[in-house]
Design a protein around this ligand. Sequence first.
Ligand SMILES: Nc1nc2c(ncn2[C@@H]2O[C@H](COP(=O)(O)OP(=O)(O)OP(=O)(O)O)[C@@H](O)[C@H]2O)c(=O)[nH]1
Ligand SMILES: C=C(OP(=O)(O)O)C(=O)O
Length: 240
Amino acid sequence: MSTATRSVAPRAHVLVAVKELHAAKTRLSGVFDTDDRTGLVLSMLRDTLAVVSDVATVVGVTVVTPDPAVARLARSVGAHVYADPAPVAAESRPEESGTEHGLNAALAAAAEHVRRNESGVDVVALQADLPSLRGGEFGEALAAARTGGRSVVVDHHGTGTAALFSCDPAIPLDPRFGPGSAKRHLDSGARPLDGHWPGLRTDVDTADDLDAAQALGVGPATRAALDALEHTAPSRCGNE
Ligand SMILES: Nc1nc2c(ncn2[C@@H]2O[C@H](COP(=O)(O)OP(=O)(O)OP(=O)(O)O)[C@@H](O)[C@H]2O)c(=O)[nH]1
Ligand SMILES: C=C(OP(=O)(O)O)C(=O)O
C-alpha cells in the first residue's frame, strides 16, 4: 500500500473504573470477608490490565479511581490514573442512582480528558473484573467496534455491559453503566457487537460469576488469590 493510501493506524485508550476498595464487590460479601474481597478485586484488575495492555492497538490504559491502593497498582503496571471528579449536584439522569451517577460522571470525564490529550484515539470503557479475558477476544471486539461510532459488548447475563466503545471522535462515550446498563446503552444508540468472547463477557460480581470465570480459566493473579483463599478451580491453559 502506498503512503498516500495508507490509513492512520487505529489506536485505542482503555478506561477501567474501580471504586473505593472498602465498598467493592459487596455481592461477594457472603463468600469472602472485606480483606479477601479487596485482594480479589486487585487481582482481577491486575489480570484485566495485563491482558488489555498487551493488545497491539491499545496505546493507553487509564484506571479511573478514587482509591489510593488501586491507583498504586495501576501505576505499578504502567497504567495512567484518573481520579474521580468531585461530585456535582445531581443533574443526573432520573434512572441513575447516586452511585451510578458517580461512576458514569467519572468515566465521561476521563474519556473527555483522554480525547483532549490524544487526538483521534478510540475510547473504551472496560469492566475491571474480567479475570478470564483473552487478548485475542478483546482485539476482535475492538476491530468490530471500529466499523462504527458507538458500540457495546453485552455481558454474559445479557443485562449488563462488559465494554462500551466510541470509535468516532465526534461521538461522546456517554457511559450509562449500572444495573441493566445493556438496555440503556442500546437504547441510547450503541451498536451491539456480536462475537464469541466468553472471557470478555464474564464480569465477576457474584459467586456464580466466579464459578463461570473459573470454568473458562482465570489469569495468574486471580488464580493465585483464589488459591490463597483455597477456592478450588482448574487453571487456565496457555495463560501462565
Ligand atoms: N471510579 C469509580 N468506579 C466505580 C464507581 N462506582 C462503581 N465503580 C466501579 O464500576 C464497576 C461496576 O460497579 P458496581 O457493580 O457498582 O460495583 P462492584 O464493586 O463491581 O460490585 P457490587 O459492590 O457488588 O455492586 C466496578 O469496577 C466498580 O469498582 C465510582 O463511583 N467511581
Ligand atoms: C455496572 C455494571 O456492571 P455490574 O453491575 O455487573 O458490575 C454494568 O453492567 O453496567
